[in-house]
Design a protein around this ligand. Structure first.
Ligand code: NAG
Ligand code: NAG
Ligand code: NAG
Length: 378
């Protein structure tokens, strides 16, 4: 315990000197809610009843009191692009407007927003995500949307936000159990479409294995090449793409246990080497841990490691959101979630008052990016 604290403070000194983290914030989850059940359940859904993106009254709390500059807002592809018209450039304008309201409300306050299609590179059946739905670009599945459809979707979304400098494009949440080459093909098609739409903001591109940093160099399914063999092949005409990473600290990296046993620094070491080898940057757009002193140390070790390594430019924690109530957003039981003011199921303070207040808030850097188009640097 004592040695651990010493090591942590040495890293903190290094981070003060380098100050590499320019985005720090929270994930807003709720726009994807209400579809988990029988196939077709909850589509299109009802705004404010089965899904919602954000409680706008919490935004000033986050920005002014907690000092963050970054929000990741989830939405569901099957709601943005209804099944009747399919994945592509035809949107449900009602859902789009609701989403754009949440995005523009935050960017209007001078914070950055990461757009998050929360679909695991699947489209057409979100009932049992992350495993249901056809893999986007899978040419052996006649029901699957194509890579071109995905590019058309991103081209349209990017064109609508092209003049909002505070937007960041997250290509896809947590691809898994699919060809890594196809992930790169889909990512590349989306990057090309976004740039062709005249949008030059920061893009975050995911890898395989739920884009886990610990398994970047590993095969995560029988037919999955390691992300480290493919993701460096991406090209971006605007040179403004970073790698999107998720990293939980429990035994199986799933964020479903409230005991922490997986060291962020030890598990990200290989990824860091790979990023440095190719001159790439990364953002950790999901992490989380249980509400206990052991986990707080793991969280602090992770955030101080990110701050001490130039390859990392940002992070955001899972998750706040208007519809969690007392539910565990991760790392339960009895962890709750990051929505300000919420409790756990047993009536004790939720993760905003525990994990965030104790372990995350003290690691929010003071010199975050406050102006200019979203990019890899201040
Ligand atoms: C579009 O979304 C709104 C809001 O969820 C919904 O009421 C409407 O039925 C949807 N339209 C289609 C065609 O899915
Ligand atoms: C992107 O980087 C390449 C290689 O360094 C350079 O040739 C090119 O001009 C850059 N493009 C932009 C838009 O900065
Ligand atoms: C990645 O895996 C390869 C092949 O197993 C190995 O040679 C290499 O050292 C690994 N790199 C890192 C950074 O773990």
């Amino acid at each position: 315990m004592f040695f651990k604290k010493l090591a942590a403070s040495a890293l903190a000194l290094a981070s003060a000197a380098k100050a590499t983290i320019i985005y720090a914030g929270v994930d807003e989850s709720g726009g994807e809610f209400g579809v988990y059940g029988a196939k077709g359940t909850g589509l299109p859904g009802e705004f404010g009843v089965t899904y919602a993106f954000l409680d706008q009254s919490t935004v000033s709390t986050w920005i002014d009191d907690q000092g963050i500059n970054f929000f990741r807002i989830a939405f569901l592809l099957e709601r943005m692009c209804p099944l009747a018209t399919g994945l592509g450039s035809t949107f449900n304008e009602t859902y789009y407007d609701e989403y754009a309201d949440a995005v523009n409300y935050i960017t209007g306050q001078g914070a950055y927003v990461l757009l998050d299609p929360h679909n695991y590179y699947r489209y057409n059946d979100p009932s049992s995500q992350p495993t249901s739905g056809s893999i986007i670009g899978d040419t052996s599945d006649s029901a699957a949307a194509t890579t071109d459809d995905f590019a058309a979707f991103w081209g349209e979304l990017a064109s609508r936000f092209a003049s909002n400098d505070f937007v960041v494009f997250g290509l896809m949440n947590e691809p898994h159990d699919m060809s890594t080459e196809l992930i790169v093909d889909n990512n590349q098609a989306a990057i090309n479409a976004i740039r062709a739409a005249g949008a030059n903001q920061l893009i975050l591109a995911p890898g395989n294995g739920y884009t886990g940093g610990h398994s970047w160099n590993a095969s995560t399914c029988s037919t999955c090449d390691p992300s480290s063999e493919w993701l460096q092949k991406l090209t971006d005409p605007a040179n403004n793409t970073a790698i999107d990473i998720h990293e939980y600290l429990d035994e199986d990296f799933s964020g479903t246990h409230n005991t922490c046993t997986q060291s962020g620094p030890a598990n990200l070491y290989g990824l860091t080497e790979w990023l440095n080898e190719y001159g790439l940057k990364a953002v950790i757009s999901e992490f989380g841990a249980g509400a206990n002193s052991d986990c707080y140390e793991y969280v602090e070790d992770l955030l101080q490691y990110l701050a001490a390594n130039d390859a990392y430019i940002g992070w955001s924690a899972w998750a706040a959101g208007p519809f969690w109530g007392t539910a565990d957003a991760c790392c339960g039981p009895d962890t709750g979630n990051l929505e300000p003011g919420t409790l756990t199921t047993d009536g004790t303070p939720g993760a905003y008052d525990t994990v965030w207040a104790t372990a995350i808030k003290p690691n929010v850097p003071s010199a975050l990016k406050k102006s200019g188009i979203s990019s890899l640097s201040l």
